[in-house]
Unconditional design. Structure first.
Length: 381
């Protein structure tokens, strides 16, 4: 836990899930810069905060009863914990899939990593701002590009930036009703593409992608490699597509085995919506599936799963870390029945086989190429 000093008080903040060994703070210089700038602003009316990563902004501004909009389940959990820890109330937690407030008087944007998600959300929010809406964005200088500013300019109105402070920068945008009510305020997402003709049971099938998910424009090469080496299971098996993204892996299982019961889970609301759309477009009417936004397998019954398929991320926002993959692997072991299997696709250099051997006592290389490796670990007891 770290203390974040602001004009609204000293806040005790952590990331989620809380790990005493984790030295990463729940805020950065861009959050500090934005809050310092807001000290002289009235912040009257409806305040919306988009992309607040761990709840630092809405916790500081809780007295203004802001609405937080995020694509991340982990962000929502961190925000709930940080609000409770600081006895703060009045914050509305919304997702990128929810309908925005009818009128937005203050729009604060923590620039996300995904330019597509920023575009999608600005388009969704633009019709709800007005000529007097205060619009301020923030991000580290490495996150704010010419393309970022052009999005604000095209969708909201005239845009300029501040000087950099501690490698952070602010974005100032003046709403232009002709733009916020015009064609640019439409919604080009989700997007659908057809898979190549060499992907086994998924060849030529449509995949739905909402903005912000990994490789939303095309099939990534790691998933392509895994699809060529998917385990074949027959009968009524329970399968989890862990970190499902657009759901192409779990859908492939359902298409190959109509008796399979597939759980699609991800911490991204956009991803789970994509997975459900992909599944509905390809699986038969009798296919069974569940769709869960959550923290890995934390909500799955112990010993209830036969097979977990996983392509774990190796970074959290800008920080490279193995904490997410480790949680996914330990959660998989808990959820699997004795004899159940975890299959992992990952870059060769990440050394997942070491973690899997430590956790499961075994790890087999199913397939490999110069970049990727498919690993299989079996729960013995």
């Amino acid at each position: 836990m770290n203390i974040f000093s602001t004009s609204w008080g000293d806040l005790a903040l952590t990331r989620y899930p809380e790990d005493p060994r984790d030295q990463l703070r729940a805020w950065d210089a861009s959050d500090e810069y934005l809050l310092r700038h807001l000290e002289g602003e009235a912040l009257d009316g409806t305040v919306v905060v988009l992309g607040d990563r761990w709840g630092a902004l809405v916790t500081a501004l809780a007295a203004h009863r802001p609405t937080q909009i995020t694509d991340s389940y982990l962000t929502q959990q961190a925000t709930r914990a940080n609000l409770a820890r600081n006895d703060a109330a009045g914050v509305t937690l919304a997702t990128t899939r929810d309908t925005p407030p009818d009128r937005i008087d203050v729009l604060l944007v923590r620039v996300p990593k995904s330019l597509a998600l920023l575009e999608d959300q600005l388009r969704r929010l633009a019709p709800h701002v007005h000529a007097d809406t205060l619009v301020v964005g923030t991000g580290m200088v490495t996150e704010i590009h010419t393309s970022t500013l052009k999005l604000f300019e095209r969708i909201i109105g005239p845009t300029r930036t501040s000087l950099a402070v501690k490698k952070a920068r602010l974005i100032f945008c003046t709403p232009d009703p002709d733009r916020t009510r015009g064609p640019a305020a439409g919604e080009p997402w989700p997007r659908v593409y057809d898979l190549p003709d060499d992907i086994g049971v998924m060849s030529g099938r449509p995949v739905t992608n909402h903005a912000g998910i990994f490789c939303a424009e095309h099939l990534d090469i790691g998933t392509r490699f895994l699809l060529h080496h998917l385990p074949v299971r027959r009968g009524p098996v329970r399968v989890v597509d862990l970190g499902c993204g657009n759901g192409v892996v779990g859908t492939a299982v359902a298409v190959a085995n109509p008796e399979a019961d597939v759980l699609f889970t991800d911490e991204s609301f956009q991803a789970v919506a994509s997975a459900e759309a992909t599944f509905r477009a390809n699986a038969g009417p009798s296919a069974k599936a569940e769709f869960l936004v959550g923290d890995g397998l934390s909500g799955v019954e112990r010993g209830s799963v036969d097979l977990v398929l996983n392509n774990p991320p190796f970074h959290t926002h800008r920080a490279l870390t193995d904490s997410t993959s480790w949680r996914m692997f330990t959660g998989s072991r808990t959820a699997l029945r004795p004899g159940g299997e975890l299959w992992v696709i990952g870059n060769r250099h990440l050394g997942y086989h070491v973690k899997l051997r430590r956790l499961f006592g075994n790890c087999e290389t199913v397939a490999s190429n110069p970049k990727f490796v498919v690993l299989r670990a079996v729960k013995k007891r």
